[in-house]
Write a protein that binds this ligand. Structure first.
Ligand SMILES: Nc1ncnc2c1ncn2[C@@H]1O[C@H](COP(=O)(O)OP(=O)(O)OP(=O)(O)O)[C@@H](O)[C@H]1O
Length: 262
């Protein structure tokens, strides 16, 4: 597993505040592996370190950011600009904030690209240190569109330890190379759970998938996250409390991201 660097809050703040945000995509091969959960908690952890952070929910059809951060609201807009929703120190935009009736979003490929462009250009982001993208699972048009709009960007790939998830994640990782994006690491989510009686680790989804992916993509696993739901103390259904094991690991991951992207 890759070494995670811990940095102080002061160091983090001194790294922050450039004019151009750093673009970071969170990708996965399959749905349901926890990509949006990783994106949300990384965004909140970066903000806690003093970074100015925005997140684009680029999963236009399958958006889940509003429910993960427990926010049902319509983004304000005027003639020219859309104002992102602010919560937990992060600015968020999602198609779920453009309509609040939970109706399906029906769009063809080129319209998806247009929506992403609108999110990039017409949202009042202000000055950001990081703009994160929660991409839809798989290797569709949106990563290609983003490459066209922004050029090179950093990517984190999320998988579970299950062989199938890792195999599909490999294709998403290979796509990263083809689009010229820079894969900074792998997050193995739902890697283990703690046995309630003996406290040992239970590997419900196996434990080889992440290692195989690491070898195949020649890229480090940055963290292995437990199978653990945010508890009653959690600030929202998809946001971990900073004192939980997952919460602490997300804060370490944020430190690492700051180090490798500054
Ligand atoms: N480590 C974890 N432990 C327990 N539950 C988790 C964990 N990670 C994610 N979940 C839960 O699994 C479900 C799917 O997570 P999430 O929406 O983040 O996945 P996803 O990969 O973004 O899926 P999709 O691409 O289909 O939206 C959510 O209910 C989330 O709360």
């Amino acid at each position: 597993m890759g070494r995670i660097a811990i940095i102080t809050h002061e160091e983090a703040v001194s790294i922050s505040s450039q004019t151009q945000p750093k673009y970071l995509s969170i990708v996965s091969g399959k749905g349901g592996v926890g990509k949006s959960t990783v994106a949300v908690n990384l965004a909140v952890s970066l903000a806690e370190r003093g970074m100015s952070v925005g997140l684009i929910d680029a999963d236009i059809y399958g958006f889940s950011i509003p429910s993960l951060i427990n926010m049902r609201a319509e983004a304000r807009s005027d003639e020219n600009r859309i104002f992102p929703i602010e919560r937990f120190g992060v600015k968020w935009i999602s198609s779920g904030f453009l309509r609040t009736d939970n109706q399906p979003v029906i769009m063809r490929g080129p319209m998806l690209g247009k929506i992403i462009r609108t999110f990039l250009e017409d949202v009042e982001w202000g000055t950001l240190d990081y703009l994160l993208f929660d991409l839809p699972p798989g290797t569709g048009d949106i990563p290609l569109d983003l490459h066209q709009f922004l050029g090179s960007m950093k990517e984190l790939i999320v998988t579970t330890p299950h062989d199938t998830a890792a195999e599909v994640a490999f294709r998403a990782g290979a796509m990263t190379e083809r689009t010229g994006h820079d894969l900074i690491g792998i997050v193995e989510n739902m890697a283990y759970m703690q046995c309630p009686s003996c406290n040992g680790a239970i590997h419900a989804f196996g434990h080889e998938g992440g290692n195989r992916l690491q070898e195949a993509l020649q890229c480090n696993i940055l963290t292995r996250l437990p199978l653990e739901r945010p508890g009653d103390q959690a600030p929202a259904p998809g946001v971990y409390d900073s004192s939980s094991e997952a919460g602490m690991l997300f804060r370490q991951l944020a430190d690492h991201v700051i180090q490798v992207t500054h």
